[in-house]
Design a protein around this ligand. Structure first.
Ligand code: HEM
Ligand code: HEM
Length: 270
């Protein structure tokens, strides 16, 4: 891999920042707020930010960069697809439980549903994420889908995946701000109590995590080798959209086994 050191640095930074974000959200709800419970009260609401940060943001970020990990390149593309799809499915389940927690809390406390911009954008993001998941399985896991279709949809899949990930972080920042404004009464948010500073830092950490994942996922030189070769073949031929080449060619390498390093070298040199 080109610039392996840079890759490892970006990956460790993303892992560390993601991990610290999870610690921050847990400390927020357990130390500053009412803890976690499932009783229709504020402790049930607290599952909302916890599940969003751990599942919808951290697990999704991991799912996005999983193809880029060089030590997985000797594994078949099919196995990596299962890991990518499985992590995205787990992130989706976390997001759905996070939605149930906040709706349940609102209904028990007789707070109106879906009045804020945060809730509109949030629900839209969850629905579109579900659609992305269904289309992803339909196109890339079901073996009958023609390779040409897989290739044609890949730029859309990658664009909408990155767009959703970015939007979800933006929605989380809106939610954090709302909660600080509603939840801090004496002293108020504008008086910068320790909770406000702490949770502002959580927001910053989420932005840095997002920036690192997007950086890793958009470096062409850090793609799986077969995809890079297909990419350069297309560039050499000239006329077609480059992004079609990678996935189309990589779809042909679906095999349920993990290969040895030698196999990978032979395949790549071909
Ligand atoms: C409410 C989605 C992240 C705080 C809601 C509601 C939805 C939603 C759909 C409306 C529930 C209802 O009307 O009954 C999302 C999504 C998130 C996310 C998809 C992922 C990015 C967060 C985070 C916080 C948060 C990290 C931080 C605490 C709130 C608050 C409410 C709420 C305070 C109640 C006020 C309102 O309806 O706007 N969220 N949320 N959200 N969320 Fe989030
Ligand atoms: C690639 C997002 C679900 C199959 C990608 C990429 C993103 C992404 C951002 C680009 C990664 C890179 O360039 O390294 C998502 C999101 C999903 C989702 C947010 C769920 C909501 C799925 C599912 C499948 C799938 C269910 C089914 C197997 C693929 C494939 C690639 C890919 C085959 C191409 C990897 C490559 O060759 O570079 N996805 N994806 N995705 N995804 Fe998904």
């Amino acid at each position: 891999m080109e610039n392996l050191k840079q890759f490892l640095f970006a990956l460790s930074a993303a892992g560390a920042v993601g991990f610290v974000s999870i610690i921050f959200v847990l400390r927020w709800v357990l130390y500053f707020k009412e803890g976690l419970d499932w009783n229709g009260g504020l402790a049930e609401f607290n599952w909302h930010p916890v599940l969003v940060v751990t599942g919808f943001i951290f697990l999704q970020g991991t799912a996005i960069i999983v193809y880029r990990l060089p030590w997985t390149w000797q594994c078949s593309k099919l196995m990596m697809k299962f890991i990518h799809a499985g992590l995205n499915l787990t992130a989706f389940i976390f997001a759905v439980i996070a939605m149930v927690a906040v709706f349940d809390f609102h209904n028990a406390a007789k707070i109106p549903n879906m009045y804020s911009l945060h809730s509109w954008l949030g629900l839209m993001a969850v629905i579109l994420y579900g659609l992305q998941l269904v289309l992803g399985v339909g196109l890339y896991l079901i073996p009958v889908t023609p390779v040409a279709w897989r290739a044609a949809f890949m730029p859309i899949h990658v664009y909408s995946g990155l767009f959703l990930f970015t939007s979800i972080i933006a929605v989380a920042l809106m939610g954090i701000t709302e909660k600080l404004i509603f939840g801090l009464a004496n002293p108020k948010y504008k008086d910068s109590p320790p909770e406000a500073i702490f949770v502002n830092v959580l927001g910053l950490l989420l932005v840095v995590f997002g920036a690192l994942i997007l950086w890793i996922a958009t470096r062409a030189s850090w793609k799986r080798p077969s995809d890079q070769i297909a990419h350069s073949l297309h560039t050499n031929r000239g006329s077609e959209d480059n992004s079609k080449g990678g996935p189309a060619m990589s779809e042909l390498e679906d095999g349920a086994n993990c290969e040895t390093d030698g196999d990978v070298r032979k395949r790549n040199s071909k």
